[in-house]
Design a protein around this ligand. Structure first.
Ligand code: GDP
Ligand code: GDP
Length: 494
């Protein structure tokens, strides 16, 4: 009885260093009660899980997602178990298949879970043939759970495995989600699959970054958008406008309160995930008091977002002296410091319409961008949009700005292009001292999301803060990167 922890084996891929966005996704499927949730929980340990809450045929389907840890392996894991309790009609398999079909598309591997104590059930065969029909291209591991309950000295496990073989998914891997038994075997079976996948992805990425024609490809990845703001500024109303339907999806079920709900929608052929929506929906329902940080996003959830939309209330701004209170300033600054794209949305503009409000209207339009510039002086051109979510007119305005911000945030510039640019701008810069000035040998973008650059320097001289600010400003102007946090690092060439 080995546990993954006990194994000294190591993968050739350093999974812990890979961006979570790139990790492969493994979905756990199986009939109810085989232990899908138990296995999911073991994989993610005490780390946080997301709950997708996707409306589908009038049924709310919960799918949990988390980052799994198994020895040194990392992968995204999806648990479909929330489904059975959430659904109210149709056969279980119908519901299972409906849901699973929806998420299969984003899974690269599957674990087909069965229960060794119950033995094979008709429903197991149904799940098996369904998988064969819909997911024949997804490598699937057959996993026999609750194996700690059978005594393998008496050969019970062997005969159960022989039985399970009939499903047509090869030899089952005997595990216990509860005790951790068999995790080393699971590791051994999973590792080659994940390694091969990861190597392919990393190679593709490497060849892409050499190829300058793929400059904006990364913006095709799903966008994670967080809508943040104090209670009552109109986030729920805005969410409905974005989803183009009349209700906001419910939060997580009891017992899952730590989890966050992820709602997704499509915009111009792109997938947009709304991050931590349940967090603020729940909290804002409970505490509609004056906006404090407690009702804002938790730092962790917020920083999972690619773009953060900070919602302000036009009516309150009109009455107040400042556009933003302390909590809002903190969120905006943090978003930028953490390298997220920031879009400020001023909602309830309808309340400032009419002749009698003309002055207030003017004031709001002028004050908000100015105040943002004061609060976040390091970035010019943070986009501000003025909408009325109540009238449902904000969707296009908001999404156009969000998408534009996201695309800039994902931009990749080739080294060749950057160095042509560098030659030009260097002559524009007034160095403190021409003789001792730092010599930039070349300049390259090491990362997008957010755009991150490295200046390679020859000699001892370092770039000063002024030099870095100049480079940042020039990059923004010349490549239309306004409103985006840009990072520039420097490194000496030996
Ligand atoms: P699912 O979500 O329907 O796939 O199943 P759950 O994870 O909710 O588990 C169903 C039941 O099986 C629960 O009572 C669990 O405690 C139990 N269970 C899960 N894994 C194991 C295991 O490895 N051994 C034993 N004995 N029970 C388990
Ligand atoms: P949340 O707490 O941020 O989710 O805010 P809600 O979406 O629940 O909205 C709070 C109140 O503001 C509700 O009474 C909404 O009808 C109202 N509201 C939201 N958006 C607008 C808007 O654009 N104009 C006006 N006049 N009221 C709005």
């Amino acid at each position: 009885k080995r546990k993954a922890k006990g194994t000294k084996k190591k993968s050739i891929v350093e999974f812990s260093k890979i961006d979570a966005d790139l990790l492969p996704t493994v979905i756990i499927v199986g009939r109810p009660n085989v232990g899908k949730s138990a296995l999911f929980n073991r994989f993610i340990q005490r780390r946080e899980a997301l709950v997708y809450n996707t409306p589908d045929d009038h049924v709310t389907r919960d799918i949990r997602e988390g980052i799994a840890k198994l020895g040194d392996l990392r992968f995204r894991v999806l648990d479909s178990a929330g489904l059975e309790t959430a659904a109210t009609s149709g056969s279980i398999l119908d519901r299972t298949t409906g849901m699973t079909g929806h998420v299969l598309a984003r899974s690269q591997f599957a674990m087909f879970l069965i229960d060794v104590r119950d033995g094979l059930q008709p429903l197991d065969f149904e799940v098996g043939s369904w998988l064969r029909k819909h997911a024949s291209d997804i490598p699937t591991l057959l996993v026999m759970n609750k194996s700690e309950s059978l005594d393998d000295h008496r050969g019970y496990l062997m005969s159960a495995a022989g039985e399970a073989y009939k499903l047509g998914y090869g030899d089952p891997i005997a595990i216990s989600a509860e005790t951790g038994l068999g995790m080393a075997d699971l590791y051994d079976s999973l590792r080659p699959l994940l390694e091969e996948y990861m190597l392919r992805v990393l190679n593709e990425k490497a060849s892409q970054s050499k190829d300058s024609s793929s400059e904006v490809e990364e913006s095709k990845l799903p966008l994670q958008l967080a809508i943040v703001g104090r209670p009552n500024v109109g986030k729920s109303t805005m969410l409905n406008a974005l989803l183009q339907q009349d209700r906001v999806l419910v939060g997580p079920e009891a017992g899952l309160t730590r989890d966050s709900v992820r709602v997704e929608f499509q915009y111009q052929g792109r997938t947009v995930y709304l991050v931590d929506t349940a967090g603020w929906l729940q909290r804002s329902k409970q505490e509609k008091g004056p906006g404090s940080l407690s009702v804002m996003q938790s730092r962790k959830n917020l920083m999972r977002a690619h773009v953060i939309a900070l919602v302000l209330d036009a009516d309150e701004i009109a009455k107040a002296r400042c556009s933003m209170n302390h909590a809002e300033v903190v969120i905006a600054r943090r978003a930028v410091e953490e390298g997220r794209g920031l879009v400020v949305i001023v909602n309830k503009m309808d309340l400032l319409r009419g002749e009698e409000n003309a002055k207030l209207y003017e004031k709001v339009i002028k004050a908000v961008p100015e105040e943002i510039q004061t609060v976040i002086p390091q970035i010019t051109g943070i986009p501000v949009v003025f909408v009325s979510a109540l009238e449902g007119k904000g969707r296009i305005t908001i999404m156009r700005q969000v998408m534009e911000t996201y695309e800039k945030w994902c931009l990749r510039l080739s080294t060749a292009r950057l160095n042509r640019w560098l030659c030009k701008v260097m002559s524009r810069h007034s160095w403190k001292d021409q003789v001792t000035r730092p010599k930039i040998k070349y300049f390259t973008q090491v990362k997008a999301r957010p755009p991150t650059f490295v200046a390679f320097l020859r000699g001892k001289a370092q770039l000063s803060d002024t030099d870095i600010r100049f480079l940042t400003r020039s990059l923004k102007e010349d490549f239309d990167l306004g409103g985006i946090p840009i990072r520039i690092m420097q490194r000496a060439i030996p």
